[in-house]
Design a protein around this ligand. Structure first.
Ligand code: SF4
Length: 237
């Protein structure tokens, strides 16, 4: 792909950081770099990255900057970890500009993981270069909005059909367990990771203990929030 094409569309980026460790989901514990993109189509109360989308509280001009796809690719390729986590915000809001980045990174042997809230159908041109979508539909304890706003069945089907999707849920209470089981049954979601809604080390540990039996009972995977256990709620880790 030519440099001219690579630079045609810019991304609104919040931060790029690493090497560090992926803290959540199937790649938890793996060395990784992170690319966090701006803006989100949700407004979750307990969101721990509000600085990526909450422009009533944070200044968008201060928190974000434009970056050419080539600059993002070069930054990632200059770092050792094979795993690249593209996150947000909701990164698929900028999926067209992500295509040349994912293509370049995949061509250079990187593993491209995209974290998404699962409401936007991924383009096939992007999916081709992605190794894994970590799809995290929001329950009411995260995002107090109608089901039709939080859960997009057509998008969930599209992610499942990529053959590259895993589903990750943040749980805060017993009702959330039933909600995940209901979504699993209604949309055939698999495999599933669950993790506690927690931003302190003690709350992560307590939440994981609470979820352990539930995970075993339902055949779900239990995810830590390793970055919090290791470094607290520190930004950029
Ligand atoms: S979908 Fe994710 S990034 Fe967006 S508001 Fe919810 S928790 Fe935050």
């Amino acid at each position: 792909m030519s440099g001219a094409i690579l630079n045609r569309r810019r991304l609104r980026v919040v931060e790029m950081f690493g090497p560090t460790l992926q803290g959540e989901g199937p790649a938890a514990g793996c060395p990784a770099v992170f690319v966090r993109l701006a803006d989100c189509n949700h407004a979750c109360g307990p969101c721990d990255t509000r600085y990526s989308w909450d422009w009533k509280t944070y200044d968008r001009a201060t928190e974000t900057r434009y970056a050419a796809p080539q600059a993002v690719s070069s930054w990632v390729l200059a770092r050792a970890p094979k795993l690249v986590v593209v996150t947000g915000g909701e990164p698929l809001l900028q999926q067209e500009a992500l295509i040349p980045i994912a293509e370049e990174l995949a061509a250079n042997g990187k593993i491209v993981e995209i974290e998404t809230n699962g409401t936007i159908v991924p383009y096939p041109e992007l999916t081709t270069h992605v190794n894994r979508f970590v799809v995290s539909p929001k329950l009411t304890s995260m995002f107090d909005a109608p089901l039709s706003r939080r859960i997009k069945p057509d998008a969930l089907v599209a992610f499942t059909e990529t053959g590259k999707a895993v589903f990750k849920f943040v749980l805060a209470n017993r009702a959330d367990v039933d909600a995940v089981a209901g979504l699993q049954e209604a949309h055939g979601l698999a495999p599933i990771w669950v993790m506690p809604q927690a931003t302190s080390q003690q709350d992560v540990l307590d939440g994981m203990r609470d979820l352990a039996e539930v995970a075993v009972e339902h055949g779900w995977n239990l995810s830590p929030r390793l970055h919090i256990l290791l470094w607290g709620d520190q930004r950029g880790r």
